[in-house]
Design a protein around this ligand. Sequence first.
Ligand code: KIV
Length: 264
Amino acid sequence: MSKITVSTLQKMKQAGDKITALTAYDASFAKLFADNGVDIVLVGDSLGMVLQGGDDTLAVTTKDIAYHTHCVRAGSKALFVVADMPFMSYANPTQACENAAELMRAGANMVKLEGGEWLYDSIKLLTQQGIPVCGHLGLTPQSVHVFGGFKIQGRESDKAQKMIADARALQDAGAQLLVLECIPSALAKQISEAVTIPVIGIGAGKETDGQILVMHDLVGISAGYIPKFSKNFLAETGNMVDAVKKYCNDVKSGAFPGPEHEFN
Ligand code: KIV
């Protein structure tokens, strides 16, 4: 596998080649994903739920993400690794830089922050310091208690317009990638067209530049339930390698996500 960089991802958007992404938290799965067509691995703070068994992601620390980023990097030198900045680890630009540096030293290629225009100064400083940034809009799980639960975001027209403005602000600040989570497909299409940086969707329909799933959802072992936007690829294929290959093929061909995985 040749090394993927921010330039590769940008070229994929321009060429209309769909980007494949999965979460991973250890070396074995990172290697499996790198060997079978995954372009980006996210060391997500979803680990607070799928590894640590929490009801949300808020208990995750920068130390936790750094540890798992180190494990993931040990599994593959070529993978493009995005590390999540956990809850309250980027409340101001200085704190964001200190914590992001720890994640970059652990092996990340990029850090991901949840939120809109209020992150402008932090993203500007991070990129000035040489730290690439991925934004995250829509259902941002660190704000679950503000939302009153894990709810679809951006259905009202004022909220949709604000999300489009936020996406532009993140790009203007220097973000080079954007995740959209659990928003109406039509809005995700609008945002993907409004920005030039690649947009990766989860529960955001098929019109984004790529897709990401939490790996536990892909193999149907998430604690609790499989979200509507996900699919158990292991059930369909019978083994882990083929499940990952099928996910990548289906994302690349546009077969996944289907209409049954979308929100309106
Ligand atoms: O933490 C995570 O796994 C994420 C994805 C759901 C995008 O942020």
